[in-house]
Design a protein around this ligand. Sequence first.
Ligand code: GLU
Length: 470
Amino acid sequence: MARSTFFQSVSRYFEKAAPHTKVSPGLLEQVKTCNSVYRMRFPVREDDGRINVVEAFRAEHSFHRLPTKGGIRFSQRVNLDETIALAALMSYKCSIVGVPFGGAKGGIILDPAKLSEGFRERVTRRYTAELIRKNFIGPDIDVPAPDYGTGEREMGWIADTYKNLKMNEPHPYACVTGKPLSMQGIPGRKQATGLGVYYGIRAFADQTETMKKLGLKPGTAGKRIIIQGLGNVGYHAGHFLQQDGKAVIVGIIEREGALYAPDGMDVEAAAKFRAETGSLAGFPDATFREDGMAVMEEDCDILIPAALEDQITAENAPCIKAKIVAEAANGPVHHEAETILQEKGIHILPDVFLNAGGVTISYFEWIKNKAGISFDRIISRHEELNKIRMVEAMESLTGREIPASIRKPLVARSNEEEMVLSALDQTMIRAFDDIHETQRERKLPSQRAAAFVLAIERISDSYQNHGIFP
Ligand code: GLU
């Protein structure tokens, strides 16, 4: 029997959670279904002058909140079902972290590894023009962002195309997030998803009882980690787990193969080596294996799939040895595999919570663009003066001068990146607590079920009472 599609898998997760909600069947159907899809084909010239007809999609899953929001991916496996599934996950993700947007996703069928810069730019600009033609993009309509195979550069082209074709739009740069800083982007957006993954894992690992049940000591320190995918999300998750969480990276899986080092390796060094040589093969501090997927089945505490969907399926799930699977990618665990992992006692940190850091900071970028001012502009100096007053009061009360080495960090001006990242930290902790509470109150079998219950009820509430913040 053929494996169910990605959207069927997401719908299965939805259906498992739905009976635990208080939502009527009709409204459940509205929350589950994808509201609009635009499938397009357009010609783009290759560098040698040939015409290439490119196929692309944009799906807007839910209009309970506007704009809709979600990334654009460049990948050869992009298809309509995948785009809809990813758009649906965006709706749930946004409501779980209190981002007041509906979900959307876009995809262009292209191999990101084989594109010249010129062709990339022409495709991105034409795709944007197509979205404008059908009203599928705009600060209050639908706001794209980076995803697999895209980044700041593409978002910059989108913003520029939109700005030039929509001359009367008051805040044109709010039409897309994940832009370069020089084009009204926000500091922290690049590392946001990976850092959010770290904050999410940290929140879970701090739960003494749950960790004990898994046979693990609380905290991230010393935890042995395998990461699949060294892209923006996987790299930053590994970086923060290693640097701040004191975790040990034992495996890194990429397209060309995988590295495994039972005593750990430096994720920075591995990423640098790959950037310089184009491959993980030959990295001196670990064993390279051509069959990268086999490393998913190696011994570790936390397995972090951070690449694409359907990486853990009914076929390889029985061989997974990790105690925790942390879904940094969207949909990496197929619903049939979830049952197998649960039977093995493996804990899953679900994507709709764990990788929501990206869209959280995208939300801040969108607010900044709409407001036309950065977050630190008004309060930065004011805060600094308040801190100086406080330090001076302490000095006059104690009669002792605070040494410069202590004084300097105490009175430092807050900067936009720090503000944004601390808001991300708080968002992830709050979302984790909400999911935890829902799971406890409703006696749900998994964090994913609890996250879906929370999302379904918040989205239904918005539909019913339009205007209530999720
Ligand atoms: N593509 C990212 C995701 O899947 C980010 C979306 C956004 O920032 O809008 O969550």
